[in-house]
Design a protein around this ligand. Structure first.
Ligand SMILES: [Zn+2]
Length: 251
């Protein structure tokens, strides 16, 4: 890729929240044995959600750290798309262009979908009575319950002046959400993917695998529709009317 910078190229400044970077430092301190503050969140989250002691799980902190690294990289990648757009696309109303058939006007998510095959996000518990805003933010940063990804970014986001979004809303469309296997996240940080698989399979090697058996559909009303998920994990959509686009709670 060649970037041409001339007098018409615009510079933008994008500030990333330091919360995930702070977590990486905290994990480092844990590895060095100088502090165990990284563990505190994981020690409390199950208790906070009211999970009975004999049903609580032990979190694998190394895997959790990989998820944080991935989310940080993905955020930088996402914001780079916006900076690139602002640098080169002249638009008086600030609306971002569509990329190919992606009509979301959100270049960050459009690039994620193009490269990764979907838009990854942490699974979070959103409607538990013990959860306040800070708890939600912490869950998003620590990603204790793994990641999932939707094939499309918020498919039915209403047109909003604030977000400068101009996409048509098509209620007939259904979004598809998949769990993101932890193994794939580890692969993204390994040598084999970049030195061998990308050479052999091209950009397909980087795309998130889509586990058909575990996919969940989401309709326009934001109700989850389980497909091949075992019945004991089916989601009671009535319990969460109008719940907003986070991950399916069965994952
Ligand atoms: Zn964005």
């Amino acid at each position: 890729m060649m970037l041409i910078v001339d007098r018409s190229t615009r510079q933008s400044r994008i500030r990333l929240s330091s919360s995930r970077l702070d977590l990486l430092h905290a994990y480092n301190r844990l590895m060095l044995g100088t502090s165990n503050d990284y563990e505190v969140f994981f020690g409390n989250i199950m208790k906070k959600l009211g999970v009975a002691e004999d049903r609580q799980i032990d979190f694998d902190l190394e895997s959790a750290n990989f998820r944080v690294m991935f989310l940080l990289a993905r955020t930088m990648f996402h914001e780079f798309a916006h900076a690139f757009c602002m640098a080169y696309v002249s638009s008086s109303d600030g609306i971002e262009p569509w990329i190919a058939d992606n009509i979301s006007n959100e270049m960050g998510y459009a690039l994620e979908k193009y490269v990764l095959g979907g838009c990854p996000t942490p699974n979070v518990v959103i409607d538990h009575s013990s959860m306040n805003n800070e708890d939600h933010a912490q869950q998003k940063d620590h990603a204790p319950f793994g990641l999932s990804f939707a094939e499309n970014w918020d498919l039915w986001r209403p047109e909003s002046k604030l977000e400068l979004r101009k996409s048509p809303i098509n209620q007939d469309l259904t979004n598809v959400v998949y769990p993101l296997p932890q193994r794939h996240i580890h692969e993204l940080f390994g040598n084999e993917l970049w030195t061998q698989k990308v050479d052999r399979f091209g950009s397909r090697a980087v795309k998130h695998p889509k586990l058909q058996r575990w996919k969940v559909l989401q309709d326009f009303q934001k109700h989850w529709i389980a497909t091949a998920v075992p019945r004991n994990l089916l989601i009671d959509t009535d319990a969460n009317p109008g719940g907003h686009g986070s991950a399916p709670r069965s994952l």
